[in-house]
Design a protein around this ligand. Structure first.
Ligand SMILES: Cc1cc2nc3c(=O)[nH]c(=O)nc-3n(C[C@H](O)[C@H](O)[C@H](O)COP(=O)(O)O)c2cc1C
Length: 328
């Protein structure tokens, strides 16, 4: 028996990890309803269109990945007026929705009063969401993403209500404080009272790495919709497995032979779209996560990790892909 009705599965924004190439791959594999970009950092200026397009090249594809999945732009900053100006520019570029980041724990970002540090100031959250909301047409939903708090949870409800009252139409909660960083576990049950109090949809996020985690997260948080980050990068088939479970079926984990062509695809896209010397780094980053979830892949990944030269790395990837495909 599936314990839940269908809910949306959102791909989490992850700076330096989920760029447009990763979004392209993960949404081709399937099961994802919506993606959010890496954050666009707003300080004290109106950013040029090319900067918007660097973070979100899907702008030129009507804000969709090549597979057709909608992409939402995420803004990060503490200056309400500049956030509003830049939101307006995104709206003119056709943004289907805009998200605001109140969860980033990075020191450099927090030092400049962006991200999670704002969770100490509900009135600033309100001002930012309000300004962005008022700057763009009503047809463009403005959403926000936050953590349970900065040091503790004392302002959790106040922050969530400030965001709602300012006009946000959805709130994603990563179920940890800033101080908790990424230390497991995520506290899904702490989202539940917020969901109860808010009229807007609340989306649960944090540490969903398996089908079982997904169902446990929904049960504990009471949320219909779940955002998944690292779990989807490490297991690109997870959203499809979740979907199968929601209709009472079981979908087996992919075999190495199914993963192999994506490895080649991912390398080639990175080679085509970024300086080729950076491509091996991106592939290794992904492989490391993938191997964490697929022990059979580890020996192959070890073979690749040590190669630094981009050309030789590509040759090795090709050889590994051939072997994996032939081994089936
Ligand atoms: C490498 C990395 C980069 C991240 N970048 C962002 C970001 O740009 N914007 C944001 O709102 N959250 C960001 N996050 C937080 C994730 O969106 C998510 O809330 C967190 O990883 C917990 O979800 P998960 O356990 O499913 O990965 C980032 C997390 C990681 C690990």
């Amino acid at each position: 028996m599936p314990p839940h009705s269908a809910g949306r599965i959102l791909l989490a924004p992850m700076e330096g990890l989920v760029d447009h190439i990763m979004r392209d791959m993960l949404t081709q594999i399937g099961g994802i309803d919506e993606c959010v970009t890496e954050f666009l950092r707003i300080t004290d200026q109106l950013l040029p269109v090319k900067v918007f397009k660097r973070i979100c090249p899907e702008i030129d594809n009507a804000w969709r990945t090549p597979a057709g999945t909608p992409v939402v732009l995420q803004l990060l900053g503490s200056d309400a007026d500049w956030m509003a100006e830049n939101a307006q520019r995104a709206a003119r570029l056709g943004a289907p929705a805009l998200d605001i980041n109140f969860g980033c724990p990075a020191k450099t970002v927090n030092r400049h009063r962006g991200g999670a540090v704002l969770l100490e100031e509900p009135e600033t959250l309100f001002a930012i969401v309000r300004a962005v909301r008022q700057a763009v047409p009503d047809s463009i939903p403005v959403t926000a993403k936050m953590r349970l708090g900065y040091k503790d949870r004392s302002l959790l409800m106040e922050n969530a209500k400030a965001i709602e009252e300012a006009g946000a139409s959805q709130l994603v909660i990563h179920a940890r404080t800033k101080v908790e960083g990424y230390k497991p576990p995520a506290h899904w049950q702490e989202i539940e009272p917020v969901r109860q109090q808010l009229a807007i949809p609340v989306v649960a996020n944090g540490d969903v790495c398996t089908v079982e985690d997904y169902h446990a997260c929904r049960l504990a948080s009471g949320c219909q919709d779940v955002m998944i980050g690292r779990g989807l990068v490490a297991q690109p088939w997870l959203a499809l497995q979740i979907r199968a479970s929601l209709s009472g079926q079981e979908r087996a984990a992919p075999l190495l032979v199914e993963v192999a062509p994506w490895l080649e695809w991912f390398l080639q896209r990175n080679q085509q779209l970024m300086l080729s010397k950076f491509a091996p780094g991106r592939v290794k980053q992904w492989l490391k996560m993938l191997a964490g979830a697929m022990p059979d892949l580890r020996q192959w990944v070890e073979l690749l990790q040590s190669e630094r030269d981009p050309e030789r790395f590509a040759e090795r990837v090709h050889a590994v892909v051939q072997e994996l495909s032939a081994a089936s």
